[in-house]
Design a protein around this ligand. Structure first.
Ligand code: GDP
Ligand code: IMO
Ligand code: MG
Length: 421
């Protein structure tokens, strides 16, 4: 049986914290897509740690953590991350497994990302420049090197062949930076990979499922960044939605049970692209300040705005969300009035559908006001003690989405999460 935790907005919903919270109930935590563009923040013994590629179950002794075939893996980042988790006493050689079919991010992928983004002019995606797009292009273009290839004695010659191909592309894009230091690090990372349990991920996970083990699939990014259903072309290059679990781990759809969708109590986005409820005013500034909305991977300020139920409903539909977790509710603690977007006005007509190519349509968000609770909720530990206005905010969201918020997160700490009664 597989449950899924994924983001319903434009990423950074707090998935890392929520996976860490649920992890003790699971035997395997598996990342199914994305790569080091992700930054998942956890607090372990009150110390902040940001994971980019290692699943967020790594701090739980009993859990096996699997990097699935749908991920694109940067061995340099992985090495650094392993050193960080080891400083917390984690033996990653014991509980971190990697699928043979996982595609590798090469130094030239990072260079290609940089070159292609710099040619984009005003339409920059705002990529994290971690090489994600080019690495997935080599996967679908059937050129990529995969983790299983490391076991092949011809790995270096395969690398050189692909590198030459990439160099031609880089030359055509007038990219002339010296990446030899990146290559040295890459080959150190490749050596480091020999420490891991490299497995046939799809057999590994299906065997465990047959033995009755519980799997938690951890998503990266968010549904509005999905390459098919997000705000294309301002998206990432993978399927971030629940369907990605099947292709990204090799599990059949009927094995998936709960799809736990994570949403902030408001909305953020980092990078370019449409964001209907964005607030370019002091309210947006207040959300950014109180919510400490700066990217966990790049440190960039996140764009902030009110919660967008039209986009959330869309995400609930395409993911088949069975329950919701609302994070960062405490960030709204100091507002008299809140706003909730429950329709888009396009060409003067109100609608409740996310339009095709949001980036080419002028969307005027239609808001309903909600009373703020204006109380510090960060120390509260049970649902009964929550302000009535917060409960109303939650039930209004539930009734619009037709799915219930089952947990409210009221702070970044491990214990700051309240089950909804
Ligand atoms: P992820 O990519 O979805 O894992 O989210 P990030 O780690 O990029 O961003 C979420 C940020 O919000 C991190 O700094 C978390 O520590 C923080 N966070 C998570 N849940 C809460 C919450 O309920 N309240 C507050 N104030 N911060 C939270
Ligand atoms: P987590 O898992 C927020 C955004 C980038 C950019 C676009 C494409 O922490 O939620 P890419 O590097 O994939 O080519 O960038 O997607 N992006 C994210 N935004 N959270 C993330 O991950 C993101 N991963 C990518 O900012 O706009
Ligand atoms: Mg993040």
């Amino acid at each position: 049986m597989v449950d899924v935790i994924l983001g319903l907005q434009w990423g950074d919903e707090g998935k890392g914290k929520i996976v860490d919270f649920f992890a003790p109930s699971y035997d395997i935590i598996a990342r199914f897509q994305g790569g080091p563009n992700a930054g998942h923040t956890l607090y372990v013994r009150d110390k902040k740690i940001v994971l980019h590629q290692i699943p967020s179950g790594i701090f739980h002794d009993k859990a096996i953590n699997l990097i699935g075939n749908g991920v694109v893996l940067d061995v340099v980042t992985l090495k650094k991350e392993c050193e960080t988790v080891a400083s917390f006493g984690v033996d990653y050689t014991k509980n971190l497994y990697i699928s043979k079919r996982t595609n590798l991010i090469l130094p030239t992928h990072r260079a290609l990302d940089k070159a292609s983004e710099s040619l984009k002019g005003n339409d920059k995606i705002g990529s994290t420049l971690k090489g994600i797009g080019p690495a997935y292009m080599d996967k679908t273009g059937r050129n990529a090197l995969r983790v299983g290839d490391l076991l092949d004695k011809n790995f270096t010659s395969q690398y050189i062949k692909l590198r030459l191909k990439h160099q031609k592309l880089l030359d055509s894009m007038h990219f002339d930076e010296d990446i030899s230091a990146w290559e040295d690090e890459f080959f150190e990372g490749i050596e480091f990979m020999r420490k891991f349990k490299i497995v046939n991920g799809e057999y590994f996970i299906n065997d465990k499922i047959s033995q009755g083990k519980k799997v938690l699939a951890e998503g990266a990014q968010g549904s509005m960044l999905d390459v098919d259903f997000g705000t294309f072309p301002f998206v990432t290059s993978s399927n971030t939605i629940s369907a990605g679990v099947c292709t990204g781990l090799g599990v059949a759809p009927q094995k998936i049970k709960e799809v736990i969708g994570v949403t902030k109590a408001y909305c953020t986005r980092v990078g370019g692209g449409p964001f209907p409820t964005e607030l370019n005013d002091e309210t947006g500034e207040k959300l950014r300040k109180v919510g400490n909305e700066f990217g966990a991977t790049t440190g960039r300020p996140r764009r902030c705005g009110w919660i967008d139920l039209v986009a959330l409903k869309f995400a609930c539909i395409i993911n088949g969300v069975t329950q919701l977790v609302m994070t960062k509710a405490d960030v709204l603690d100091a507002f008299d009035e809140l706003k909730v977007c429950n329709a888009y006005k396009i060409d003067g007509v109100e609608q409740q559908e996310v339009p095709y190519q949001m980036s080419k349509v002028a969307i005027d968000p239609v808001y309903k006001s909600a009373e703020g609770w204006n109380t510090d909720t960060t120390k509260l530990t049970n649902y009964i003690s929550l302000p009535v206005t917060m409960k109303n905010y939650v039930s209004n969201i539930n009734s619009y989405l037709g799915v219930d918020i089952k947990y409210i997160s009221n702070g970044p700490g491990r214990d700051q999460i309240i089950p909804v009664l």
